[in-house]
Design a protein around this ligand. Structure first.
Ligand SMILES: [Zn+2]
Length: 181
């Protein structure tokens, strides 16, 4: 008895709209789904110009905009747990690593897509959100460090007081003996 392929994911709400979420544990390299759609030539693809074009090679592109193509719901990530793979004229999405149930399935859409669609609005994948949060925290910390302390009263004099402490910090680091308790 041949086993019919059952999708190991469901379509559900994600941060950016809809996304694909694992319904069971998916093993590394396991097939998750095939990117389905009409095979069209590059010229037609340029004319149609939608977000679901998957370029198979220089001549052919799959127009995956049909809603029956559930693989179109997988979102982009710069830290993906899945990847696309082109085999002949077939495009598959497979796991790059073990994926846990409930985890969103994401793959890297590639540089062209990123530059055209994601860069202008800011990528919302986990990696980019964490990166921007860290950058904001750093800026806040830097801004807080520059702020003159109100207690001193002298606003102008307090400006560059902090950096002078570096000597003391450097001296402390030279200690090689370990503290034992
Ligand atoms: Zn990103």
């Amino acid at each position: 008895m041949a086993k019919a392929f059952r999708r190991p994911y469901r379509v559900g709400r994600s941060r950016t709209g809809l996304g694909g979420f694992a319904t069971r544990e998916i093993q590394k390299n396991e097939l998750i789904d095939t990117y389905r759609g009409q095979m069209i030539d590059s010229k037609t693809a340029d004319e149609r110009d939608n977000r679901y074009m998957f370029e198979v090679n220089s001549r052919w592109t799959i127009d995956g905009s049909n809603r029956r193509n559930l693989a179109r719901y997988f979102n982009h990530s710069c830290r993906p747990n899945a990847e696309s793979d082109v085999k002949g004229h077939t495009v598959i999405i497979k796991a790059r690593k073990k994926i846990q149930p409930g985890e969103e399935i994401v793959y890297d859409y590639g540089k062209d897509y990123f530059d055209i669609f994601l860069k202008p609005v800011g990528c919302k994948c986990d990696k980019c959100l964490e990166k921007r949060a860290a950058e904001r925290a750093e800026k806040r910390a830097a801004a807080a460090g520059k702020k003159p302390t109100v207690k001193r009263g002298k606003v102008a004099g307090a400006k560059k007081a902090a950096p002078k402490k570096t000597k003391a910090v450097g001296a402390k680091k030279k200690k090689t003996t370990k503290k034992r308790k």
